[in-house]
Ligand binder design. Structure first.
Ligand code: ADP
Ligand code: ZN
Ligand code: MG
Length: 485
């Protein structure tokens, strides 16, 4: 296997969150009553004509800019012909010959190095409907079709075969999703089908430059499935090649239950879509002013923000990457830093404690009750010695659950830190007299017992003793052979 290089390219479908469909006025909301969001246009009834929704063009231009593409000021639609019960017109309106955007890229960080993964093109198209079979309907003698999704606008984003590892694929998918969320064009809910991936993979001997035959995989409904399917397929192809076989160009489906891909169709059975220019729609002509207005309305993008976070706040790239992965999280971070300008401390607490709590509770930063101001106040208490780090973690949790501020919780619980040396000395003496064994060990040179004794002081104070003061006084007391502080 080490002789081979993995080559991966992705085709991504992003369902746009426009209010209405791409060629008619029907709504796009997921989960509506089946066949309630339909009209003669999206049902493909005879005699109707599509009218392009301008919002879709705006969304496509937003994405094109965000993915560093060249925008084709002249672009147009084509018909992709095929028959399927969820496609009432027997063709899908897409862009084949003149897509709206080409030649872009997504930047990822691999081991601290920046890598560009190229995007071949982005085009606009309409989604198909959804066939419902017995597992969805409970009917055993019929399948049903829901046309609510026909005509929902999609962007198809096609990459060049630039990915060389699963790690790169994962980073690409994450970066792509983050950008789509930042620019507000797609809600990226994979479980609802608004973000879908098809993965193409081939292996070639290291050093070879030509591309080999590839396998395309469909039915990948989560990042995890994309990665699992690729892993399986890389192994399958590797084995074939090592046995002297050849990989056939084919489309395979991922079966998540079995953990396998299986053949859907071979190259011979591949569709000939007989693309031809869509006669019912005029070309899309975009002017520079339109693009400029959209460009100036875009928020700062994750990659630019990442670099700014490294520069402005001196954060390590890892921190900056995590904090900028989500627009709201990065906003929260900056909100805290504006008040409590110790960038690295804030980063540690946001990435460590806050994200841990949100993860455990399955809550988004959007619905977190802790405001940046209150978060900053907590860090201020920690810095000022009012509470120690352990208490601060507990207070944060309590803030999350109760919605109270740190001051209130600290007062209620009586957990303000004990820093006053006299009080700590008193407890230390007590701990020393109650633990003759560990104390003797320490004095014999077993310095590890210090941690245990510090722990005893903490226990005696309900975790409230200032750890630095405790350490200092305890060492002093232990090293003094008389045991006096
Ligand atoms: P088609 O025109 O048949 O759809 P494309 O050239 O558009 O094929 O490629 C579709 C996808 O497959 C793209 O994402 C591309 O990066 C990827 N791809 C193409 N060739 C290979 C290959 N040899 N190995 C892996 N991925 C590939
Ligand atoms: Zn409609
Ligand atoms: Mg293609």
């Amino acid at each position: 296997m080490e002789k081979y290089e993995v080559v991966i390219g992705l085709e991504v479908h992003a369902g746009l969150s426009t209010k209405t469909k791409i060629f008619c006025g029907c709504g796009t909301k997921f989960g509506a009553e089946p066949n309630s969001e339909v009209c003669p246009v999206c049902l493909g009834l005879p005699g109707v004509l599509p009218v392009l929704n301008k919002e879709v063009v705006k969304y496509a231009v937003r994405a094109a800019i965000a993915f560093n593409c060249h925008i084709n000021l002249y672009n147009k639609f084509d018909r992709k012909n095929y028959y399927y019960p969820d496609l009432p017109k027997n063709y899908q309106i897409s862009q084949n010959y003149f897509p709206i955007a080409v030649d872009g890229y997504v930047e990822i960080f691999i081991d601290g190095e920046k890598k560009r993964l190229r995007i071949n093109n982005i085009h606009m198209e309409e989604d198909a409907g959804k066939n419902l079979h017995s597992e969805d309907t409970g009917l055993h003698d019929a399948s049903l079709v829901d046309f609510n999704r026909t005509g929902v606008p999609l962007l198809e984003i096609v990459t060049e075969p630039d990915m060389r590892s699963l790690q790169e694929v994962e980073k690409f998918m994450t970066a792509l999703r983050n950008v789509l969320l930042y620019i507000d064009v797609c809600d990226c809910r994979m479980e609802e089908g608004s973000l879908r991936f098809e993965a193409n993979v081939s292996l070639r001997p290291i050093g070879e430059h030509q591309l080999r035959q590839r396998v395309e995989m469909k039915n990948l409904n989560s990042f995890k499935m994309v990665l699992k399917a690729l892993k399986y397929e890389i192994e399958r192809q590797g084995k074939l090649l090592m046995e002297g076989g050849e990989v056939a160009q084919e489309t395979r489906l991922w079966d998540d239950k079995e953990g396998k891909t299986y053949l859907m169709r071979s190259k011979e059975e591949a569709h000939d879509y007989r693309y031809f220019p869509e006669p019912d729609l005029v070309p899309v002509i975009i002017d520079e002013g339109f693009i400029d207005r959209i460009r100036s309305s875009l928020p700062e993008l994750p990659s630019a923000k990442l670099e700014r976070f490294c520069g402005e706040y001196g954060l390590p790239p890892y921190d900056a990457e995590v904090l900028t992965s989500d627009r709201l999280l990065s906003g929260f971070y900056e909100g805290v830093v504006n008040i409590f300008p110790d960038a690295k401390t804030v980063s540690n607490w946001v990435m460590g404690e806050l994200l841990a709590i949100l993860n455990e509770e399955g809550v988004d930063i959007e619905n977190c009750r802790i405001s940046p101001g209150r978060f900053a106040e907590l860090l201020e208490f920690l810095k000022g010695g009012k509470i120690n780090a352990l208490s601060a973690k507990n207070v944060l949790r309590e803030m999350f659950h109760s919605g109270k501020d740190a001051r209130e919780i600290i007062e209620e619980k009586g957990i303000s830190q004990i820093s006053d040396e006299e009080s700590i000395k008193e407890i230390i003496l007590k701990v020393i007299s109650e633990n003759p064994g560990p104390v003797a060990d320490f004095r014999k040179g077993k310095k590890k017992t210090l941690g245990y004794l510090v722990g005893q002081v903490m226990k005696a104070t309900g975790g409230r003793a200032n750890p630095e003061v405790t350490n200092k006084l305890l060492v002093k007391a232990l090293e003094d052979s008389g045991g006096e502080v």
